[in-house]
Design a protein around this ligand. Structure first.
Ligand code: FAD
Ligand code: PYC
Length: 416
């Protein structure tokens, strides 16, 4: 190999910012047509639909840890579409439609089980909010119904209807089509199906920088496993979105919080559905393995720690024992936390960004698991075509400037 004095000099200064652009690193040739950052359910579903529906095969998903090791493998798996505003109803109901035959489409059992989600009301205010959601949903053709306390008890026989408890039950909103699925199977199912279509899934590969070319457009990613050239990047890295977007100079309207859950020892089948209570910060179901799956509210401070305050768990277990006194003697096996990123209006962002070639899917807060298939489906369209999918179109970053918010704080159903 021949090295001229100038080529050696050029190599030596290749990365020097002050050096004339034509003497610095030549722009890298795209190695992938697109790279998705984050191998959670949303990132993997995005890659799968980009391959399956948009014919993109030369694409990769990069993940700093392991498949589904983020919020996808840490959530309480509740699925429902009873949100308030039309934009959200369209989005979450689109996901609910895809859940119906997802196991068949992926040829992987994601254990979707439509056992019904009951959201309890404990105050007059809760009752009004629940009924408002029911009316809005029914106008949009989304099933949701009001149950009085007796009907709630018929649906969940272990429910405590004692009027003297701190937050007595005044009724509940039931979405029968809601339910649960097995969270990590969703990640594995999408990963296997995407991989079969030629998508590269690269684990233990943390993105450390987003490169932009002279025009400002995305041209590659710096990772712990080297530079990856690409002209399209989709960031789907729940909890860490702001950090990643900052690498491209984009400031996001997001805050990150720990959110916790825990599981009990396995029990014989006792709990037939999902029960949520926003007011007393507790939600519960029983997994097919038999453990009670219990979730809490977010910690009330920002953090990137995948754990949360014990006082939050204590509060949740108090609430669960008040609603279901028979669970007082059940032992808890494990607890854990995840980091959720939350927008000011508690709705996600699924959008193009001001940086050409850079797309973002984030802000699902405490409620993105249920949306996984729909989110991946509409984001794949957005990344593949460069234009937002019809359903994703309202979920822009600009809405936080224009004020056209989609306020789903009440429908989020988890205190945060
Ligand atoms: P994740 O699964 O978090 O995937 C993002 C991935 O990005 C991670 O694997 C992470 O390692 C990776 N990443 C981050 N930074 C980088 C980087 N620099 N380079 C490469 N990779 C990177 N939602 C519901 O609908 N129902 C529920 O019942 C529910 N319960 C929940 C309970 C808990 C305790 C928690 C924490 C969340 C809950 N959620 C629930 C929310 C739901 O889990 C999330 O909204 C959803 O899983 C987000 O999926 P995701 O694929 O976007 O994110
Ligand atoms: O969004 O339904 C939900 C949810 C339940 C628990 C955490 N999030």
């Amino acid at each position: 190999m021949h090295f001229s004095f100038f080529s050696l000099l050029r190599q030596a200064f290749a990365k020097h910012e002050g050096w004339p652009r034509q003497w610095r690193d030549p722009e890298p040739k795209p190695a992938y047509d697109a790279v998705i950052v984050g191998a959670g359910g949303h990132g993997l579903a995005t890659a799968y639909y980009m391959a399956a529906e948009h014919g993109m095969r030369n694409i990769a998903v990069v993940e700093k840890g392991w498949l589904g090791g983020g919020n996808t493998g840490r959530n309480t798996t509740i699925i429902r579409s009873n949100y308030l505003w039309e934009e959200s109803e369209a989005l979450y109901d689109h996901a609910l439609d895809i859940w119906q035959d997802l196991s068949q489409v992926l040829n992987y059992n994601v254990m979707y089980s439509a056992r019904g989600v009951l959201m309890l009301a404990h105050t007059i205010h809760d009752v009004q909010v629940a009924k408002r959601h029911i009316h809005a949903n029914r106008l949009a053709g989304i099933e949701n119904e009001w149950l009085d306390p007796g009907q709630c008890k018929d649906f969940v026989p272990v429910l405590n209807l004692d009027p003297n408890i701190r937050y007595p039950i005044m009724g509940g909103a039931l979405q029968r089509k809601g339910g649960v699925a097995r969270h990590d199977a969703v990640a594995w199912g999408y990963a296997r199906a995407a991989s079969a279509l030629g998508v590269d899934i690269i684990q233990n590969c943390e993105v450390k920088g987003i490169r932009r070319d002279a025009s400002g457009a995305v041209c590659g990613l710096d990772t712990t496993r080297g530079m990856i050239a690409t002209k399209k990047v989709g960031v789907v890295a729940a909890g860490h979105t702001s950090v990643l977007m900052q690498m491209a100079g984009v400031r996001m309207p997001l805050e990150s919080y720990p959110l916790q859950a825990l599981v009990s020892e396995p029990l014989k089948p006792i709990f037939p559905c999902v029960v949520m209570s926003n007011t007393i910060h507790a939600y519960i179901s029983q997994s097919d393995k038999g453990d009670l799956v219990i979730g809490a509210g977010t910690d009330q401070y920002n953090s990137y720690s995948q754990t949360g305050g014990l006082h939050i768990t204590q509060h949740t277990l108090d609430a669960i024992c008040e609603l279901f006194p028979m669970f007082r003697r059940v032992r808890m096996l494990r607890n854990w936390g995840g980091i959720v990123d939350v927008t000011p209006d508690r709705s996600p962002i699924i959008a193009k960004t001001p940086v050409p070639g850079l797309f973002v899917n984030c802000g699902w807060g405490t409620g993105g698991f249920k949306a996984t298939p729909g989110s991946g489906h509409v984001f794949a369209h957005t990344v593949a075509t460069g234009e937002p999918h019809r359903i994703a179109a309202p979920f822009t970053i600009e809405r936080f400037k224009t004020g056209r918010l989609i306020d789903e704080a009440a429908a989020a159903a988890v205190a945060h």
